[in-house]
Design a protein around this ligand. Structure first.
Ligand SMILES: O=P(O)(O)OC[C@H]1O[C@](O)(COP(=O)(O)O)[C@@H](O)[C@@H]1O
Length: 347
């Protein structure tokens, strides 16, 4: 009988990987884990309590906020405020950054960017939704943190993760030393290590894209979708189309089974729909750490320097061979290829 390893135990154990660590990041990850459990409790009973439906407010993106969006946002911000390790929260649900100037947080050195509830179109219909978080170390030395502390490029992340509220609730995260997944055991109220050292298969048979926008996609994306749908026994095509409409759920499935997730630019979203700072960057860091690739069509997502908090980006991420095949269609020739865990290399 192997003993379960809880998230708390694992975090403390892994602290040894960072010789100079004083436990601040560990405590911050603990705080996020606690808030995730509280949100999970409301998600699980969403149909029973008055937490479904619209909150009657809109966020900075002009999107209608769901009650659960607002609730999750409040829970994560409260946990980050009371934990004392976070000095700035950048949330999808708040126009501006939240600077935490309380006594216990005055020396806090971490910035948290968060999408408190991802997949809001699925909240009211009991389909898997998630939370996405990204952690940076502040660069400015003292005084009030600067916006430049928040707008760091994704490769500067010290940790990133997501929570998926699905048939079971899982927390998956990386601190730059691989990816590990923990399943919430409601009977003991603990996230328990269930998916150690997650790796995305180099090859996959699943493509995830909202084909309802097909007519608005760039030609290279249309050609790649056609390639996925063509019959070819050797490469196992046609591939399977799977699209939940919750980024966390679509990418979690592909991380386990192999696959590619695509959200390109389109006429509705000329710069892409998904937000660079608290959706694309954390998911790209996790995928790269699991052996996958994440690009915006011409750049490595983690190399993009954000210029504003709610900046949008196109994103294509998943199994190495599938993203490289997509690149052939996007660049129209085999100019560039990507090797997982390495920078762009000209052949
Ligand atoms: O409905 P669409 O246009 O396919 O968009 C779905 C995408 O938008 C999102 O719902 C955006 O996230 P939010 O719900 O946090 O706004 C992603 O989770 C998902 O991948």
């Amino acid at each position: 009988m192997t003993a379960v390893k809880t998230l708390g135990q694992f975090i403390i154990e892994k602290q040894a990987d960072f010789p100079y660590a004083k436990g601040e990041l560990s405590r911050l990850l603990r705080d996020i884990g606690i808030a995730a459990k509280i949100v999970n409790r409301e998600v699980n009973k969403a149909g029973l309590v008055d937490i479904l439906g619209d909150a009657g407010t809109t966020n900075v993106q002009g999107e209608g906020q769901k009650k659960l969006d607002v609730y999750a946002n409040e829970q994560f911000i409260a946990a980050l405020r009371s934990g004392g390790e976070c000095c700035v929260v950048a949330s999808e649900e708040n126009d501006e950054c939240i600077y935490i100037e309380s006594e216990i947080s005055k020396n806090a050195k971490y910035i948290v960017a968060i999408d408190p509830l991802d997949g809001s179109s699925n909240i009211d219909v009991n389909v898997a939704i998630g939370t996405i978080f990204s952690i940076y170390r502040r660069q400015s030395l003292d005084g009030k943190p600067l916006i430049s502390d928040v707008l760091q490029k994704g490769s500067e992340q010290v940790a990133a993760g997501y929570v998926i509220y699905g048939s079971s609730t899982m927390l998956v995260y990386t601190t730059g030393k691989g990816v590990n997944g923990f399943t919430l055991d409601p009977s003991i109220g603990e996230f328990c290590l269930s998916h150690p050292n997650m790796r995305i298969p180099k090859e996959g048979k699943i493509y995830s894209i909202n084909e309802g926008n097909y007519v608005h996609f760039p030609q290279g994306v249309k050609d790649y979708i056609k390639y996925c749908q063509e019959e070819d026994i050797n490469s196992g095509r046609p591939y399977t189309s799977r699209y939940i409409g919750s980024m966390v759920a679509d990418i979690h499935r592909n991380l386990i089974k192999g696959g590619i997730f695509l959200y390109p630019v389109s006429s509705a979203y000329p710069k892409g729909k998904l937000r660079l700072v608290y959706e694309c960057n954390p998911m790209a860091f996790i995928l790269e750490q699991a052996g996958g690739i994440a690009i915006d069509g011409s750049n490595r997502i983690l190399d993009i320097v954000p210029d504003h908090l709610h900046q949008r980006s196109a994103i294509f991420l998943g199994s190495e061979n599938m993203v490289n095949k997509l690149m052939e269609f996007l660049s129209g020739s085999n100019l560039m290829t990507y090797k997982a865990d390495s920078a762009i290399s000209a052949p």
